[in-house]
Design a protein around this ligand. Structure first.
Ligand code: LER
Ligand code: MN
Length: 269
């Protein structure tokens, strides 16, 4: 397993669960200094910084790109794949496809989190899931062109009403025969939705492609009440080789949150 830490460049997400919000060069340097293997990028969009610049930062600091988030499409532009407006759904998928291409050129998969949206009002659950399925089919194909998967993230009930648990995500992928789609196990969302985190990981293991390593309160692991040992043991047993990526609040400050994450991972790996 590899370690990663989130670098956020989206002003609208300044209060979000991301560790380093400094300029990218500084974020890369801080990630390296703390001992992370890689970084996960949360950017305003595909044109915020060039692929070449990220490659250069990646080489300079010896850090790979673990994944790229797409949430700015929601927080900046209000886009979701299940919006009642066709124009917005098209723009949402376009944004995601561009982020897949951006990450893909860096060998990094893109993540679908908040841009999955919600059902309700004029949009039935069935309709929203159909739109989500269609979009995931396209996203999976686009990602395959870059030899990376596309990551789908079940979120807790306060953020989506589509799919909240890992097991439901696995069943969704299987029943829709989705290809090149992997699941993100965000331990914060799971702490709200799952009865037993380690057991859920074991049963959905073959679909898990990324992990957001967060404690119960979305602070660094060790600053809440989740026990990471059985969770990481379940990942190990299932042969998980992906990232444990710190998508957490920078509390009490970014450096302490980052170091605590590394210490926690070292203690359980
Ligand atoms: C994104 O990775 C996530 O976990 C969401 O809660 C953010 O919308
Ligand atoms: Mn997450």
């Amino acid at each position: 397993m590899r370690t990663a830490v989130t670098l956020c460049q989206v002003p609208e997400a300044a209060a979000g669960p991301f560790v380093f919000h400094q300029a990218l060069a500084q974020g890369f340097a801080l990630a390296k200094e703390t001992g992370f293997d890689d970084v996960e990028l949360f950017l305003p969009g595909p044109d915020h910084v060039s692929v070449r610049e990220i490659k250069s930062l990646s080489d300079t600091h010896g850090l790979g790109i673990a994944a790229v988030g797409t949430g700015a499409g929601m927080v900046k532009h209000g886009l979701s794949l299940t919006d009642p407006s066709l124009d917005k759904r098209v723009a949402a998928l376009d944004f995601i496809e561009q982020m897949i291409a951006f990450g893909g050129q860096l060998g990094a998969p893109a993540i679908l989190g908040s841009m999955q949206g919600k059902w309700g009002g004029e949009v039935s659950r069935e309709q929203a899931l159909e739109w989500l399925t269609d979009a995931l089919r396209i996203a999976g194909k686009t990602a395959a062109k870059f030899n990376v998967p596309f990551i789908y993230e079940p979120l807790n009930r306060y953020e989506t009403n589509l799919i909240n648990r890992l097991g439901d995500g696995a069943e969704f992928i299987e029943s829709s025969s989705l290809e090149n789609i992997v699941l993100l196990a965000d331990l914060f969302h799971m702490n709200i939705e799952e009865a037993d985190l380690a057991a859920s990981i074991r049963s959905a293991a073959k679909h898990i492609g990324h992990v957001h390593y967060a404690d119960s309160n979305r602070r660094a692991m060790g600053f809440g009440h989740t026990d990471p040992a059985p969770i990481v043991a379940a990942l190990k047993e299932s042969g998980y080789k992906g990232h444990l990526s710190a998508e957490i609040f920078p509390l009490p400050d970014a450096k302490v949150a980052a170091s605590q994450t590394i210490n926690s991972i070292r203690s359980v790996l």
